[in-house]
Write a protein that binds this ligand. Structure first.
Ligand code: URA
Length: 481
C-alpha cells in the first residue's frame, strides 16, 4: 500500500489541514494510507489531490475539536484527527461521545492541554515598555513568552481585545505577533533577547506587588505548582518574591501586632505611589496595572477586568468573577451573567452598550474535589480593589452606576446596606447617580419556582428603570475626587 504524504506548514496549520482533509475525503483516501508531515514549507499535499474539494459537513463538536487539537505539539495530532473525521463520516456520527475510544481520549487530552496553555499565556504574559522618553511616537510594548504548544494565533485575539490601545509585539520561539492598534500580523520566531529587560512601569508594579503582598499567605510551593519556572522567570513581580518570602515571618509578626487590614490598606510607596498618584489615563492602562498586580488571594487564573464601551452611559458593578469568568477572563459570562443578559434584553438594554465590571477583580474559591466553589470576598478584599473600581468610574464617567447586590454597594459606598431597604435609585454614591438592585445570582439561589418568577420580574422592572435613568439625556456626573 503506497502511503500518501501530506505536508503541512510547521506549527498549527489549520487551513492546510482542512484543505488536505477535504481533498483526501473527496479522493476516498482512508486514514491508514496517509502520512502526515508537518514541515517548514507551505502545504504541498499533492497534485494528485483536488485542490478545491468541497467543504465537509461535520458535526459542530468535531469542528471544535479540530480547532482545539491542531495547535498541539504532538506530531500524531493530524493523523488522529483525520482518523476520527473519517470514522464520523463513515457512520460513527456520535464518536466524540465515546470518551473511552483511544483516539477520542488522546485528542481530548490534547484539547485540554492546548486550552490550559492558552490560559497560561493570557494570565502570565507581561508586556514591557519599549523605547524611551526621547521616542516621540505612541508607546510601544513587547513581551516574551514560551508556550508549550503552537497557540500563538489562537491566543493573540485576547491581547488585541484587551490591549487595543497599545502598540505591541509578542515574541515566542514559535513565531511573533504584532498589533498596530488595527490589525494583528504574524512574523518569525524570536528569542528572549529580542525583548527589553525592564522599564519604569514594571518597576512600578513590582513595587505595587510588594506593597500588597500578604506574607501570611506566602506559599512558594503553591505559587510554583500553579506556574512553571519558565513563566515565573518572565514576570517582573516574581523578582520581588524571594525577598518578600525571606522577610515574611517578621512581616507576619508585624501584621499581627498591627491592624488586621494593614496589607490591604497599606499606602503604596516609591515608584508605585508616583504611578498611582498620576492615575491611569485610560482603561487599558488601568487594566494593565490590575493584571500586573495579580490576585490578592492566590489561585485565580487571571484578572477579570471590566468590559464595555469606554464612555458607556451605564456601568453595572457585580461582586467578583466566578469560575467561568476566571477561565475566560470576561465578566458575567457564567450562569449569573446569562441570567443578567436575559433580563437586560427583556428590559431593552443592549449588553454591548453598557459597561460591566466587578467590585473584586479576581476569582476567590474553595477547592472541593474538582469543583471550585465561589468564596465571598471579605470587606478587606473589597476595600483593596476599591481603588480600581473608582478609577474605572472616573475614566468612564457614566450617567448611572448600578450596584448589583451587597458587595457592590459596599465597594461603591463603603457602607454595608441591606438591599431590601436601599433598592432603587440612590444618593449613596457620592459622585455618580446610583441604582441599587439584587445580584442575579440571588435569583438563581431562590429555592421555589414562584419566588424565582416574581423576583425575576422585579429585577427586570429594576432594569427598565435603570434604562430610563441612564438615557442619554441624563447628565454625566462630575469626576470623583
Ligand atoms: N458574579 C459577579 O458578580 N460577577 C461576575 O462577573 C460573574 C458572576
Amino acid at each position: 500500500m503506497a502511503l500518501r504524504q501530506v505536508r503541512l506548514v510547521a506549527g498549527a496549520d489549520l487551513d492546510g489541514f482542512r484543505r488536505a482533509v477535504r481533498a483526501l475525503v473527496a479522493a476516498g483516501v482512508p486514514p491508514e494510507e496517509v502520512d502526515w508531515i508537518a514541515a517548514d514549507e507551505t502545504s504541498l499535499f499533492g497534485d494528485a489531490l483536488p485542490p478545491d474539494a468541497p467543504p465537509l459537513s461535520l458535526p459542530r463538536p468535531v469542528g471544535e475539536l479540530i480547532r482545539a487539537a491542531v495547535p498541539h505539539r504532538d506530531p500524531e495530532r493530524y493523523g488522529l484527527l483525520y482518523g476520527v473525521i473519517w470514522r464520523v463520516l463513515h457512520g460513527e456520527r456520535d464518536l466524540l461521545e465515546v470518551a473511552s475510544d483511544p483516539a477520542v481520549h488522546r485528542l481530548e487530552i490534547m484539547r485540554k492541554s492546548v486550552k490550559r496553555d492558552i490560559h497560561k499565556m493570557h494570565a502570565y504574559l507581561r508586556f514591557r515598555g519599549v523605547g524611551g522618553v526621547q521616542d516621540p511616537g505612541p508607546e510601544r510594548y513587547a513581551a516574551w513568552f514560551e508556550p508549550d504548544h503552537f497557540i500563538l494565533e489562537a491566543a493573540v485575539p485576547f491581547f488585541a481585545e484587551r490591549f487595543r490601545a497599545m502598540i505591541w509585539t509578542i515574541v515566542t520561539p514559535i513565531g511573533s505577533a504584532h498589533w498596530d492598534r488595527e490589525r494583528v500580523s504574524f512574523g518569525p520566531p524570536g528569542t528572549r533577547a529580542d525583548v527589553p529587560v525592564a522599564d519604569a512601569f514594571e518597576e512600578g508594579w513590582t513595587g505595587y506587588y510588594a506593597a500588597t503582598f500578604n506574607p501570611a499567605r506566602a506559599n512558594p510551593k503553591l505559587m510554583q505548582q500553579h506556574m512553571a519556572k519558565k513563566y515565573w522567570r518572565n514576570m517582573p513581580e516574581a523578582a520581588a518574591i524571594p525577598a518578600l518570602i525571606r522577610s515574611a515571618s517578621s512581616r507576619v509578626d508585624a501584621m499581627l501586632e498591627g491592624e488586621p487590614t494593614v496589607p490591604l490598606k497599606r499606602k503604596p510607596e516609591g515608584a508605585l505611589a508616583a504611578m498611582l498618584d498620576q492615575a491611569p489615563a485610560s482603561l487599558a492602562e488601568l487594566n494593565a496595572i490590575i493584571r500586573a498586580a495579580g490576585p490578592l488571594v492566590p489561585g485565580a487564573t487571571q484578572a477579570v477586568v471590566g468590559e464595555g464601551p469606554e464612555r458607556a452611559g451605564i456601568v453595572f458593578v457585580g461582586e467578583q468573577p466566578g469560575d467561568e469568568e476566571d477561565l475566560t477572563g470576561r465578566p458575567f459570562v457564567g450562569p449569573a451573567g446569562r441570567l443578567l443578559d436575559r433580563a437586560m434584553a427583556e428590559a431593552g438594554i443592549d449588553r454591548k452598550d453598557v459597561y460591566l465590571t466587578n467590585a473584586v477583580k479576581h476569582f476567590k474559591f474553595e477547592q472541593r474535589g474538582k469543583r471550585r466553589i465561589h468564596a465571598k470576598p471579605t470587606a478587606g478584599e473589597v476595600s483593596h480593589y476599591r481603588w480600581w473600581l473608582m478609577r474605572e468610574l472616573e475614566l468612564i464617567e457614566p450617567r448611572l452606576v448600578v450596584a448589583l447586590g451587597g458587595t457592590a454597594v459596599l465597594a461603591l459606598t463603603g457602607k454595608s446596606v441591606p438591599i431590601t431597604r436601599a433598592r432603587g435609585p440612590t444618593e449613596l454614591l457620592e459622585h455618580f447617580a446610583g441604582y441599587i438592585t439584587v445580584h442575579p445570582s440571588y435569583l438563581l439561589r431562590l429555592p421555589d419556582e414562584d419566588a424565582k418568577r416574581s423576583a425575576y420580574a422585579a429585577f427586570v422592572g429594576d432594569l427598565q428603570r435603570v434604562r430610563a435613568l441612564g438615557e442619554a439625556s441624563a447628565p454625566r456626573r462630575t469626576r470623583a475626587a
